[in-house]
Design a protein around this ligand. Structure first.
Ligand code: GDP
Ligand code: MG
Length: 163
C-alpha cells in the first residue's frame, strides 16, 4: 500500500537513469536508442523513512517509432490512473519538443501532483534552459542531472512531501 510514483516522458530523456539512481542499483536498462524494450520497471524506494514504489513507464516502450507517441500518451494515462505522484521528465539539453507538449497536455488534465523534472542539467551553465520549461504549464521545473546525481535529494524531498 505504498504510494506509487510514476516516471513518464518521451524516450531518451533519462527516465531509466533516474529510476536506477533512486533504486540505488542498475536495474532498468539505459539505452541510447529510444524504444528499446526494458526489463525491470518497478522498484521500492526509501527516503527519510518514507517508502514508495517507483515505476519506470519507459520500460514498456514499443519497439517501433511510429507508435511511440501514442504509446507515450497511454503511459501518461496509465500513470495518471495508478500513480499518486507523477514525474514528467524532459531533456534540458534538447529543450521542449512536440512530444513533450503532448505528454504535458495529457498530464495537465490530472488533479494528481505532477513534478516537472528537467534532466541533463549537468552544470550551472546549463541552468538558463530550465526556465523555458515553465511553458509546459506544469509549474516550477526541477533541475537535475541524473547522470551526475545532482539535484536528486531535493527531488526526493519534493516527491515525499506529496504523500
Ligand atoms: P529513457 O529513454 O528516458 O529511459 O533515458 P535513459 O535513462 O535510457 O537515458 C538516455 C540517454 O541519456 C543515455 O545515453 C543516458 O546516459 C543519457 N543521460 C541520462 N541522464 C543524463 C544526464 O543527467 N546528463 C546527460 N548528459 N546525459 C544523461
Ligand atoms: Mg528507459
Amino acid at each position: 500500500n505504498r504510494p506509487i510514483v510514476a516516471v513518464v516522458g518521451r524516450p531518451n530523456v533519462g527516465k531509466s537513469t533516474i529510476f536506477n539512481k533512486f533504486a540505488g542499483r542498475r536495474i532498468s536498462i539505459v539505452e541510447d536508442t529510444p524504444g528499446v524494450t526494458r526489463d525491470r520497471i518497478f522498484t521500492e524506494v526509501e527516503w527519510l523513512n518514507k517508502y514508495f514504489t517507483l515505476i519506470d513507464t519507459g520500460g514498456i516502450e514499443p519497439k517501433s517509432d511510429d507508435i511511440i507517441v501514442s504509446q507515450m500518451r497511454n503511459q501518461a494515462m496509465l500513470a495518471m490512473d495508478m500513480a499518486h505522484v507523477i514525474l514528467m521528465v524532459v531533456d534540458g539539453k534538447q529543450g521542449i519538443t512536440a512530444a513533450d507538449r503532448e505528454i504535458a497536455e495529457t498530464l495537465r488534465r490530472t488533479n494528481k501532483p505532477v513534478i516537472l523534472v528537467v534532466n541533463k542539467i549537468d552544470s550551472m551553465s546549463q541552468y538558463d534552459n530550465v526556465y523555458d520549461f515553465y511553458e509546459l504549464g506544469l509549474g516550477e521545473p526541477f533541475a537535475i542531472s541524473g547522470a551526475n546525481s545532482m539535484g536528486l535529494g531535493d527531488l526526493l524531498d519534493e516527491i515525499v512531501a506529496n504523500f
